[in-house]
Design a protein around this ligand. Structure first.
Ligand code: ATP
Ligand code: MG
Ligand code: MG
Ligand code: MG
Length: 484
């Protein structure tokens, strides 16, 4: 089943069960406290925390998401992308646990001929909060194997916003992919880091009002009057299960990028573990870049723009590590646009301007790389020589700073490229130099703004010199200001 169809089945299923269908909001988060939309619930936060009344009692969506915290996972785990799509259904004071568990089980296990996803119910495992007797009862009632209900403490399966307000237990549906993906769960637990039990759908039951406290040590003050349901299921994860693929990079929306990367580099996917990781990074990051630019993000040196810049740079560098030095986005971007356009037709409409931004950034980075790589390599050589084989060589902060200041190498690029050659970087030294530079820039800016130099400097000088000075410039253009 193609990803676009899994998506439309989701929306049809929940529309049939009286949900309003909300379009995806952009990746630029509508909630000002976070940079990106990281989950389907983000546009609905005011209804969940109760600062606004929800316009509909139940709603469903397929939300574009971006999680920068997963950037290091990309390509290394089988299940994380920076960009992904989260299918969600939500209830604001309408149905609660029983309803949400019922919908999840029904949609996952109903046969494909009858509009469901046709997964085998005997392979579903659900992690719960160990005190959540209501969820346990509902899960058993619906047909989940008792031995597949995993009870976890609050630290492991409980949602909150990090501050007083709504909070509540989760029930997370996992799918057992079978013995070829790892050993059977022991002692009634699923291994969250492994490949065998894949987390597909998180149901959050916003049930309590929580009080002050760090971590999960806060008190649960009382039950909320208006309880909410917030769920999120990874579209790509369902897709690779239904498409019988090993991971999310091999699904119909992502694999065309891997295929094109193989053609461009002449390397074969599946032949070498490290090359495979690089190909997945290329695929993920190019797709994320397309979606971010499509939502109006532009490359820059901080915030969202920097995330976009970093994604493009990591993709370009990964292709270089696969042996290709030519520009690659003109080959890759149209491929992923074609794969994503069935669900996001605006990508087709806006492609000329999206691709201008992406190709321009690749060109700029290629210039940066050409200039900086030689400098980095010789600095790495010096660091290795200085270490003389004793201990891990370390690149001095001054080198990292020069690379940043003169060649536009961001620190994380220096860190990554040095690490590839077994060299550490004195990050603290780099940060100290950056702080000094910022301080200088601040003083300059202040001087420019006020039209004259910061008088504090003169006061300081005056204090040091121990008196006031007499200005002689009107009468004497050669004499230095003399102390009086
Ligand atoms: P994981 O434990 O695998 O990192 P999570 O617990 O962080 O996932 P949730 O915050 O519960 O994920 O998000 C709900 C669902 O969104 C997950 O069950 C999963 O199907 C999907 N999902 C989360 N992160 C990603 C990602 N980086 N790439 C693809 N799908 C994801
Ligand atoms: Mg995660
Ligand atoms: Mg998880
Ligand atoms: Mg989860």
């Amino acid at each position: 089943m193609r990803t676009a169809e899994i998506r439309s089945r989701w929306l049809e299923y929940f529309a049939k069960h009286d949900h309003h269908i909300a379009p995806s909001v952009p990746l630029v988060s509508p909630d000002p406290s976070i940079l990106f939309t990281i989950a389907g619930m983000v546009p609905f936060i005011p209804y969940i925390v109760g600062t606004q009344e929800a316009p509909w009692p139940r709603v469903a969506s397929v939300q574009k998401c971006l999680r920068t915290n997963d950037i290091e996972n990309v390509g290394r785990t089988t299940r994380h992308g920076t960009f992904f799509q989260m299918n969600g259904n939500f209830s604001f004071g309408d149905y609660f646990k029983e309803g949400a568990i019922g919908f999840a089980w029904d949609l996952l296990t109903t046969s494909q001929a009858d509009g469901g996803y046709g997964l085998d119910g005997d392979r579903l495992w659900v992690t719960t909060w160990d005190q959540d007797t209501e969820a346990h009862a509902a899960l058993k009632q619906i047909g989940v194997d008792e031995r597949h209900i995993v009870r976890l403490p609050r630290e492991e399966n409980f949602w909150d916003t990090g501050q007083p307000g709504p909070a509540g237990p989760c029930a997370e549906f996992h799918y057992d992919r079978g013995p070829e993906f790892g050993p059977e769960a022991e002692g009634g637990t699923v291994d969250p880091g492994g490949d065998r039990y894949l987390e597909i759908w998180n149901l959050v039951f916003d049930q309590f009002l929580r009080g002050e406290g760090t971590g999960k040590s806060y008190p649960l003050i009382r039950e909320l009057e208006q309880k909410s349901i917030d769920t999120g299921a990874g579209l790509e994860r369902i897709a690779y299960l239904l498409q019988g693929k090993a991971n999310m990079y091999e699904t119909d929306e992502v694999y065309p990028l891997i295929a094109t990367t193989q053609e461009l580099t002449g390397r074969r996917y599946g032949a070498d573990g490290e090359d495979d990781v690089r190909m997945r990074i290329v695929a993920d990051h190019v797709r994320s870049a397309l979606m971010l630019i499509g939502d109006g993000v532009r490359p820059g040196n901080d915030g969202r723009g920097y995330v976009l810049r970093r994604l493009i740079r990591r993709a370009v560098r990964s292709v270089r590590l696969l042996g290709v030095d030519e520009p690659v986005l003109p080959e890759l971007l149209p491929v992923v646009k074609d794969a994503m356009a069935p669900s996001y037709p605006e990508l087709e409409r806006d492609f000329a301007s999206i691709s201008d931004v992406a190709y321009g950034e690749e060109e700029a980075f290629r210039r940066t790389l050409v200039a900086g790589t030689t400098i980095l390599d010789s600095a790495v050589g010096r660091a290795k020589a200085a270490a003389g084989g004793a201990g891990r060589p370390q690149l001095p902060g001054t080198d990292a700073f020069a690379l940043h200041d003169t060649y536009g190498f961001p620190i994380d690029l220096t860190l990554e490229m040095a690490a590839e050659q077994g060299v550490a970087v004195d990050e603290q030294g780099f940060r100290d130099l950056m702080a000094e530079q910022r301080e200088r820039a601040r003083a300059d800016a202040l001087a420019k703004k006020s039209g004259h130099v910061d008088p504090a400097h003169y006061r300081e000088l005056q204090d040091r010199l121990g008196g006031s000075t007499l200005f002689l410039g009107y009468t004497d253009t050669t004499a230095e200001a003399r102390l009086v």
